[in-house]
Ligand binder design. Structure first.
Ligand SMILES: Nc1ncnc2c1ncn2[C@@H]1O[C@H](COP(=O)(O)OP(=O)(O)OP(=O)(O)O)[C@@H](O)[C@H]1O
Length: 825
């Protein structure tokens, strides 16, 4: 047979392309056997993790240096300016110029900057010298009824009020210490109807700058002024007006008084700047003690009154995951309201109430809310509104731009969100939604995109990048993007996804609205979120500082943080109701864990999800339970996408089914009737950001039950050597359960069933088990113990002897010479 040169060229090109694709897909998925430099997959991964950490550290250092340089240059500038002009008058014979170069206004600004630093809770450094040495002269200007006129007095007031008990001090400072200490220009006064009033910028409230008011109960009303967020209290409470650059502070009502204040403040601002060592308790301001005590007493009484009122109002709200706010009150288009009403959505959930107005205004937001509380609708509604708005401005395009891009970490979640969006778009003619997810044919995606143009895309990052890189038309359509949503944002900003997300962000317009949603947002993720969000974004936290991310009726404290301004906007009653999701853990050796799961499942009659750490162990447990005649299904990454979708849909529809799954079902999946979640050990893999993922995984897995305010239960099964990992979730309401007496007859039955399972499945499960725990640093460090445990697991699943490993694999895993490891000849 002879080939034409053209055909040969064509074929070799196709082959090269195939090989290229293969290596790409390997690096995305299971991984190649060797990596550049001859290192193994784990070394390669660790190397990249290390590099990422170093990069992060470098960035932080740079940030710190920039910050310090800015402060230094400010101080230098002030020092220079201080030698002449208006600052001169602030110097007195008794105060050396080093200590007193700035006007109070500038010092206040410098101090405010300093307080933005984490951990800076006091103005005074050890090196700042004795506070007493600063002459505290009585202020000559008239003192207001509130008794607080100067920043110093305000500091004293704040410090005193900090001594109140925890709850009270939180309510006293609804914006949190950081805000209070950042707003230094103080004009405190008391009105007939007392309120807290916080103003961020110096101008009047009509100057378009940020202006915030929060009531003592933290009740918050939000609005915007010239694109800036305004948080406003609707309650009347004691009023403190913090106005940076407020004329009343700069008001030179007496140089003596001002000098006294200035001296104290300048010590704080110009002493060894960042060398805060010991916190010092401030002296109460002389002569004002009685007045202040009265104030504190007044505020306490006010608080108690508020608490008792809040108790009654809050109790009612606590009992439901819905609020009193209706969808038709919030500016959602009538066509969407129509669907919402027909779907039975009349009132908003807490997260929807907290986020809708912010998102509809076009502001970027980072949103943390409990699992199963309606986050999807919270971002889908503004997304639809964004499309409606964009459509009205350019309606005559044949292929519309992609206006909204929603990124999800798993294919199932993307499909679920697209399905929900399709329902919400029912009455919106000409607006479409499509999914771009892995596991389907790329060409089919392209065809769908061409034949059925849409404005909303729900995608997993990998497949989306494929489209961007391989279809120029797609990138062009993305140029019209108005909104980017990251669901399960912490997961998307971590591990394998991070680089993809970075690339994607580079491919979409900078002028866009970005919304990040998740039930878990660790500190590290908040920092990294700047990759996607604008600096001026809202952080909306419906879980609260002391709250837990798992569904509960307790601690539903809603906080809104806007560019560093934090406030509990609803302080619900924190006592009373029991947790909806009962959480417990059982300690059982690996050998008996499958039997324990079987016993728990036998005792439970409705929908259950069992989470395993690896796909192969998931498969083994599924086959075992199926052999034992249980009504089970399996769902993990080793299954085809078609199978996964089918099982996911079947499980969602059913009422009495058991789903054995890996972490592909851990996030976002809405199976409304799940009443029990069993976690077979933690998922212990550390994330790239170094966040212990066991806590995050535990919360998301548990979140598959107790949805929409329903009852649910979570049981975590741990091996004895895993017990110390509980430290990461000790703040959650999880209790040790009474040990369960295992039925010896079941053991025999289980052994029989295990015998029927193909050895190749058990061997794969053993290899997966060993590989998984070997990659967990805490466990993989002690190879001898690890191999011992793995071999016990091997015998518990009915293998006569532990399966052998390829020499190369054992070498790569660092297990070659470990006793108990068998090497394949
Ligand atoms: N306003 C509402 N009224 C009634 N039900 C609602 C409302 N909003 C959402 N739901 C329902 O609440 C359930 C959970 O919603 P959703 O899946 O969006 O939760 P989630 O917060 O995204 O959960 P997860 O953190 O697990 O991703 C869904 O069944 C949804 O239909």
């Amino acid at each position: 047979m002879s080939f034409s040169p053209f055909l040969i060229r064509q074929r070799s090109r196709t082959l090269a392309k195939l090989l290229c694709n293969l290596s790409f897909h390997r690096s995305m998925g299971g991984g190649p056997r060797t990596f550049p430099g001859g290192i193994n997959k784990w070394q390669w991964k660790r190397m990249h993790e290390k590099k990422a950490k170093e990069k992060e550290r470098r960035l932080l250092d740079q940030e710190k240096q920039i910050y310090q340089a800015r402060i230094r240059s400010q101080i230098r500038a002030k020092l220079a300016a201080g030698s002449e002009g208006r600052d001169r008058e602030w110097r007195t014979a008794s105060s050396p110029s080093y200590y007193n170069p700035m006007s109070p206004k500038d010092q206040i600004k410098a101090l405010a900057d300093r307080f933005m630093k984490e951990g800076a809770e006091d103005l005074w450094n050890e090196d700042d010298g004795e506070l007493e040495s600063a002459p505290l002269r009585p202020i000559q200007r008239p003192v207001s009824a509130r008794g607080i006129e100067t920043p110093m007095e305000f500091r004293n007031d704040v410090s005193d009020r900090r001594n109140l008990d925890d709850n009270r001090s939180r309510v006293l400072h609804p914006l949190g210490d950081s805000l209070i200490t950042r707003r230094f220009s103080v004009q405190a006064r008391r009105r007939g109807a007392p309120r807290f009033r916080f103003r961020r910028n110096g101008g009047s409230s009509s100057d378009g700058d940020d202006d915030s008011e929060i009531g003592l109960d933290g009740d918050l009303v939000s609005s915007y002024r010239d694109g800036n967020k305004v948080l406003r209290s609707s309650k009347s409470l004691p009023s403190f007006n913090f106005n940076e650059g407020d004329a009343s502070v700069d008001d030179e009502s007496g140089s003596r008084g001002r000098t006294g204040v200035n001296k104290i403040m300048s010590r704080g601002s110009l002493g060894s700047y960042d060398a805060k060592k010991v916190r010092r308790t401030l002296r109460a301001f002389e002569g004002d003690d009685s007045n202040l005590l009265e104030q504190v007493q007044f505020i306490r009484e006010e608080l108690n009154k508020r608490k008792s009122i809040g108790h009654e109002v809050g109790q009612e709200q606590e009992d439901s995951f819905l609020t009193h706010k209706r969808f038709d009150e919030c500016g959602v288009s009538p066509l969407t309201i129509k669907v919402l009403t027909s779907a039975g959505y009349v009132h908003m959930t807490k997260v929807q109430e907290a986020t809708l107005s912010v998102c509809l205004e076009g502001m970027d937001a980072l949103v943390k809310a409990k699992t199963g509380t309606g986050k999807s609708a919270a971002f889908l509604l503004p997304a639809i509104e964004a499309v409606v708005k964009a459509k009205s401005s350019c309606s005559n395009q044949r292929t519309p731009p992609i206006v909204v891009l929603i990124l999800c970490p798993t294919r199932e979640l993307a499909s679920q969100i697209a399905a929900e969006a399709t329902v919400l778009l029912k009455h919106h003619d000409g607006i479409g939604v499509q999914t771009l997810i892995g596991g389907t044919r790329f060409k089919l995606d392209q065809k769908r995109l061409e034949s059925d143009p849409c404005q909303i895309i729900v995608a997993t990052p990998g497949r989306l990048l494929d489209h961007i890189e391989n279809k120029s038309g797609f990138s062009v359509r993305l140029m019209g993007l108005k909104m980017l949503v990251l669901d399960e944002a912490d997961h998307l900003l971590d591990l394998g996804f991070r680089k993809d997300v970075e690339k994607l962000v580079d491919c979409v317009p900078r002028q866009r609205q970005s919304l990040l949603f998740s039930a878990t947002i660790p500190k590290e993720v908040r920092r990294i979120s700047q990759l996607v969000l604008r600096k001026e974004h809202a952080f909306i936290d419906t879980v609260g500082l002391s709250g837990v991310e798992t569904p509960s009726k307790v601690n539903n404290q809603l906080r809104v943080v806007l560019s560093g301004v934090e406030a509990p906007s609803k302080l619900y009653n924190q006592l009373g109701s029991a947790f909806q999701v009962k959480q417990s853990y059982l300690v059982q050796s690996h050998e008996l864990q499958f039997q324990l799961v079987h016993q728990l499942l036998k005792d439970h009659t409705s929908q259950v999800i069992v989470f395993c750490n690896t796909a192969m162990v998931t498969s083994l447990l599924y086959l075992l339970l199926r052999e034992m005649m249980m009504n089970v299904r399996e769902l993990h990454s080793r299954k085809t996408q078609f199978y996964r979708t089918r099982i996911s849909d079947e499980f969602r529809e059913s009422k009495r089914l058991i789903l054995i799954t890996s972490d592909v079902s851990a996030r976002g999946m809405n199976y409304p009737d799940v009443t029990l979640v069993i976690q077979l050990s933690f998922s212990l893999k550390k994330t790239q950001l170094g966040i212990p993922s066991d806590r995050v995984h535990y919360i998301h897995r548990l979140g598959r039950t107790g949805r929409e305010d329903k009852e649910g239960e979570g049981i975590l099964i741990l091996a004895p050597w895993e017990e110390h990992f509980l430290d990461d979730i000790k703040d959650l309401p999880i209790k040790k359960s009474q040990s369960i007496q295992l039925n010896p007859n079941i053991k025999l039955e289980m052994d029989d069933a295990m015998m029927k399972i193909d050895n190749s499945i058990k061997e794969a499960a053993y290899h997966a088990w060993l590989g998984y725990y070997n990659s967990i640093i805490e466990i993989g460090r002690d190879k001898t113990t690890l191999v011992e445990l793995a071999n016990r697991f091997s015998s518990s699943i009915g293998l006569e002897k532990p399966p052998s490993l390829f020499r190369k694999t054992a070498l790569k895993m660092g297990l070659k010479d470990i006793p108990g490891i068998r090497i394949r000849k």
